[in-house]
Ligand binder design. Sequence first.
Ligand code: 0WD
Length: 254
Amino acid sequence: ANLLKGKRGLVMGVANNRSIAWGIAKAAADAGAELAFTYQGDALKKRVEPLAKQLGGHVVGHCDVTDSASIDSVFAEIEKLWGKLDFVVHCIAFSDKDELTGRYVETTEANFTKSLLISCYSFTAVTQRAEKLMTDGGSMLTLTYYGAEKWMPHYNVMGVAKAALESSVQYLAADLGPSKIRVNAISAGPIKTLAASGIGDFRYILRWNEYNSPLRRTVTIEEVGETAVFLVSDMSRGITGEILHVDAGYHVVG
Ligand code: 0WD
């Protein structure tokens, strides 16, 4: 189907071909979207450039969301390239790995601040810039996890950051609704990616989901990608402020 034909989207957070952002990019390109990509630092540039090329996408530069000038420069590039924007996919999160194991109560102020800045505030910061380019309305999408809703082993400060991110989805949806910009999140089940490998006992969490989710399996980046296509397409034009679970149903388990 050509659900995204004529639409132009920015994809942030591709680290490699296992990234959720990459699953979304592939599905969006299959659906006819024209894509732009950012990368974080030179090490990832080498990975992102060939991937972007594979989908006929543009690389609009380095973006480290802790550096607001780099966010501005990426949006300036997009303005030059397209003059407007239809959707943004934000697949960015960070916590010091040492704090994704053991007890949440040990979280340091420095890692708390950095985790919330990168994993939560950056979506708001990106939305601020995107709003100006979404002159025909648009769709903002971010990625969250069930650890925002309930305690999960080892998720710790990321759970707190995701709770703040999910709340910000609601506030942003209300702010941007009058401009016909929708703001949603996908709450994905656990998937083995670079970021996930930093979480303690991640293999056990995958296994636990295989045994206990209603569909008795985990989900893939392709499945998250296809749901993302729906959420950034006009098919979902009545949906905003939503946290949509793509988790083989695990969220009903409790
Ligand atoms: O099980 C999972 N993998 C789940 C992931 C379940 C539910 C949600 N998510 C979320 C993550 O929390 C994140 O928000 O999905 C999003 C994408 O994560 P991913 O695909 O699992 O992980 P990965 O492929 O590692 O991409 C995350 C990327 C970074 O990769 P690394 O591993 O190098 O930190 O986020 C980017 C970076 O490319 N990133 C940043 N980008 C710009 N500025 C920054 C930053 N400061 N920090 C991290």
